[in-house]
Design a protein around this ligand. Structure first.
Ligand code: ADP
Ligand code: ASP
Ligand code: MG
Length: 440
């Protein structure tokens, strides 16, 4: 069994949705098709939710109306027969009646998350009806029946697998099972989600739960590129990556994959293939446990980083100091990305400021604290690059004109990370593209 995930742009236009039906049909065997919301929809739902939380009902209604018109236009081109036009109209009107009902209610965070779920719920229903119109046998399996997260917002992979077994077993004579990416239930059994870009994660969780042959992520680009194509002009696709390499790139900002996508796939050794919906012949990227030799493979950047420096003479020759520092972050469920230490100071980075004030207060007990917001981690990935000679020289030669705030290497053989002020992020990515890959 394969899992095929199609992202927002892959379902964002009626002709694209028709095209993915072809791609699904061309894939042999049984498959689970995971769909995102149509491109732009989740952003609009976020905007509507923000308006509603601020009590700006008129603005919310304006955005709802614009979105509704978009869907009314979409179904006109998606369905050909009158009968299915009517089905499409019924679906769209039902969703928008529900959205307006949510908007009219006491809107809170729970309502917000319900609103965010509507994008994937409507896209899968429209796609399923499109398959019905073409008489392609398929079933819609609601993700809310099996996808769940615990109180720490971590997916419950074992439970997901247990629930999926009978659900898929009951569909043994169906080759195409369609489900929603991104959405899930939380530990209170409310509708929730796997954070932005989460449909990739849904696909890898399902693929791992059912031990799929392959998890295919179909998107608008021909695989993982060596650098961020939104920032750097000349980038090239990478044909093979290991789970570790892909995981580092996803975690450190390669938007093509949700940061956690690779984790379950690696755990159960399920290959992840990245493919381009617009160019299905392009080889894309295959991510497996197999190492491919070579030096630098790719660079990614993650911004929204805060650097914290704790200076303390008490650290001098003391043991247990770092544990006490890390405990503060643990207590506030705040992960640390990079660390650098000296005899009297420790610098580290976090990617959320949700508890920054409280963390700062607690850290002040240890010494003086310096906080720098708006930093970016640039992550350079390659097969065992840290075991190769001259790697750091090449990196720092390329970054010659850029002030580097922190460096982390040696944690993994496959990665060197540097921290720069966000204003230097684009320049650093371009400089490394030229210095490490000879591309400009
Ligand atoms: P989808 O809607 O299919 O999930 P996304 O927009 O989330 O698609 O991810 C695909 C986009 O990721 C690409 O269009 C590209 O601009 C961006 N991207 C950022 N870094 C990389 C990279 N290293 N390789 C490929 N794409 C990348
Ligand atoms: N629709 C969700 C988002 O835009 C999930 C996804 O596309 O992966 O974040
Ligand atoms: Mg995405």
């Amino acid at each position: 069994m394969n899992v095929l995930k199609f992202g927002g742009t892959s379902v964002g236009k009626p002709e694209r949705m028709k095209k993915i039906a072809e791609l699904v049909l061309a894939t042999p065997g049984k498959k689970i098709v995971v769909l995102s919301a149509l491109s732009g929809t989740t952003n609009t739902l976020v905007a509507i939710g923000d308006h509603l939380l601020l009590g700006q009902k008129a603005k919310a209604e304006e955005a709802i109306s614009t979105l509704e018109k978009h869907y009314q236009g979409f179904i006109k081109d998606l369905f050909s027969s009158e009968a299915f036009q009517a089905i499409g109209e019924e679906i769209v009107s039902r969703f928008f009646i529900f959205m307006r009902m949510l908007a009219a209610s006491q809107f809170d965070n729970k309502g917000y998350r319900e609103l965010l779920a509507q994008g994937e719920l409507i896209s899968t229903e429209l796609f399923y009806q499109h398959l019905q119109e073409r008489k392609i046998s398929s079933r819609l399996l609601p993700a809310l029946y099996f996808m769940s997260i615990d109180e720490n917002e971590e997916p419950e992979l074992e439970k997901i697998a247990e629930r999926l077994k009978p659900l898929i077993g009951a569909l043994s004579n169906v080759d195409i099972i369609v489900t929603q990416g991104y959405i899930c239930r939380n530990h209170r059994n409310e509708i929730d989600n796997l954070k932005r870009g989460g449909s990739d994660y849904t696909a890898s969780l399902i693929g791992s739960a059912i031990r799929a042959e392959e998890i295919q992520i179909w998107t608008d680009i021909d695989g993982m590129h060596n650098n961020d194509p939104r920032i750097v002009k000349k980038t090239i696709p990478i044909s093979e990556l290991t789970f570790e390499e892909a995981s580092e790139l996803a975690y450190f900002g390669a938007k093509i994959l949700h940061p956690s996508t690779i984790v379950p796939a690696q755990k159960y050794n399920v290959p992840v293939r990245l493919k381009n919906t617009m160019d299905e012949k392009a080889p894309g990227t295959i991510i497996t446990g197999k190492e491919t030799p070579g030096s630098f493979k790719a660079i990614a950047a993650k911004d929204g980083i805060t650097a914290i420096k704790i200076k303390s003479s008490r650290m001098l020759m003391a043991y247990g100091f770092l544990r006490r520092v890390f405990e503060v972050f643990e207590n506030y469920k705040t992960p640390i990305d990079m660390i650098a230490t000296s005899e009297v100071a420790v610098s580290l980075t976090i990617d959320t400021n949700a508890h920054l004030a409280a963390i700062e207060t607690e850290l002040k007990k240890f010494g003086t604290i310096e906080v720098d917001n708006d930093q970016a981690i640039i992550c350079i990935v390659g097969n065992k690059i840290m075991d190769q000679q001259g790697v750091l020289t090449k990196v720092f030669d390329a970054l010659n004109e850029i002030p580097v705030r922190m460096v982390s290497c040696g944690g993994s053989a496959n990665n060197v990370s540097v921290l720069v002020d966000k204003q230097f992020k684009d320049k650093a990515l371009n400089a490394l593209n030229e210095g490490l890959f000879g591309l400009k």
